[in-house]
Design a protein around this ligand. Structure first.
Ligand SMILES: NC(=O)c1ccc[n+]([C@@H]2O[C@H](COP(=O)([O-])OP(=O)(O)OC[C@H]3O[C@@H](n4cnc5c(N)ncnc54)[C@H](O)[C@@H]3O)[C@@H](O)[C@H]2O)c1
Length: 359
């Protein structure tokens, strides 16, 4: 039996953000591994969305709740008695964070505080993975990849809120779950996971490059680019999710050895410019075009790479797909979604993508 299956089969997993893009993929993967999942989130963030498309709800305990509602969050977890918590719920959009910084900090930072406090108060929990972002780092726009122990920062409210989530996680780790006290004063191993821009089928989030491309292409409109030369790390959603699962599994079996922060970025050649990504999407789709518009005042980082040596060495984790493969898998997913024939078997196709990633 595969190690992940061995470690997740019949485990109780509490997952916040399960109605979102990454959360739905993670729910499907956990179900495929035989885990029992409780999802705790607000409604799916878009229409259409991955959560309803995959019809995940009937196969998990679905709680519609806000991570800012500490009592409801704690009661749900107390009832479910999870072994492990994955915290993905967030306000994840940079541009929305400029429009609504209070909401962004409230959901992202207090949502993380509430989740960690819930972990502290729920005796069944033995591990937690807090999902933040590569944007948590103070971006110095240099050519080297960021390592886990480099300073937190973030110039825009979203990025800085994710830096704050990291600081909160680190404070809880050191104050309440110190690895050296594991097995004596507590039995919880907590970690944070930092990944870059992910792509994959089922994302219709606003202000995200591939969803923006697909929206325009399906309407026969031009794709509008704001920062064509921005270079970002791109990876298929299954790559970081595989990292979160490997990390969670080792936190469960080996406890404190794996506590702390982890990067899950693409390989060196995974950094492509926005223009390159869009050109490849258009090529795969078979038609379409783009035009460039000014960004206005919003600052966008130009280069941000992660150094993932730690995850490679200690978790045996490596990104499986290069950008070209990730884009081909993604465009094929949307092609099926937008065809009646393909849509009927889309869930099977999605689960096949998960199975192929594991093999
Ligand atoms: N998608 C990416 O490229 C990317 C990159 C780096 C990090 N991340 C992080 O990964 C996580 C998931 O991102 P995603 O792309 O799936 O986002 P998404 O917008 O698709 O999903 C967000 C999820 O959070 C839930 N949510 C939002 N506010 C909530 C609240 N107040 N209470 C409870 N639930 C709430 C939504 O209902 C949804 O389930 C986030 O933490 C995000 O910051 C995403």
């Amino acid at each position: 039996m595969h190690l992940l299956e061995q470690n997740y089969r019949d485990k109780k997993v509490f997952l916040s953000g399960h109605t979102g893009f990454k959360g739905t993929w993670l729910s499907l993967w956990l179900q495929w591994l035989g885990a029992k999942v409780m999802g705790y989130s607000l409604d799916p963030p878009s229409m259409p969305n991955m959560f309803e498309t995959m019809n995940v709800a009937p196969k998990l305990a679905h709680i519609r709740g806000d991570v800012r509602d500490f009592n409801k969050l704690s009661e749900a977890a107390a009832r479910f008695e999870p072994d492990i918590v994955f915290h993905l719920a967030a306000q994840p959009l940079v541009r929305l964070s400029y429009k609504n910084p209070r909401l962004t900090y409230d959901v992202n930072v207090m949502g993380t505080v509430n989740t960690l406090e819930m972990v502290r108060n729920t005796p069944s929990v033995r591990a937690a993975v807090i999902v933040t972002s590569d944007k948590c780092y103070e971006n110095r726009e240099w050519v080297w990849g960021y390592r886990e122990d480099e300073p937190m920062g973030g110039r825009d409210p979203y990025s800085s809120s994710k830096g704050c989530c990291e600081l909160v996680t680190s404070a809880f780790l050191r104050s309440f779950f110190p690895p050296e006290e594991y097995g004596r004063t507590h039995n919880v191993a907590i970690a944070s996971a930092r990944a870059g821009n992910v792509i994959g089928g089922g994302d219709w989030g606003g202000d995200r490059l591939v969803p923006d491309c697909i929206r325009a292409l399906t309407r026969d409109e031009e794709i509008v680019l704001r920062s064509p030369d921005s270079v970002r790390p791109w990876q298929h959603v299954l790559d970081p999710l595989g990292g979160y699962l490997a990390l969670g599994s080792l936190l469960l079996t080996d406890g404190p050895r794996f506590a702390g922060a982890w990067n899950f970025g693409p390989s060196e050649n995974g950094a492509w410019s926005v223009k390159e990504v869009v050109s490849e999407v258009i090529r795969l789709w078979g038609k379409g075009g783009y035009r460039v518009e000014s960004t206005g005042n919003a600052h966008e980082a130009h280069l941000l790479k992660l150094d993932c040596s730690k995850a490679g060495k200690y978790l045996g984790w490596r990104p499986r797909y290069d950008v070209k493969t990730a884009l081909a898998m993604t465009v094929e997913w949307y092609r099926r979604f937008y065809s009646d024939e393909g849509k009927a078997t889309l869930r099977d196709f999605t689960v096949d993508q998960i199975a192929a990633h594991v093999r």
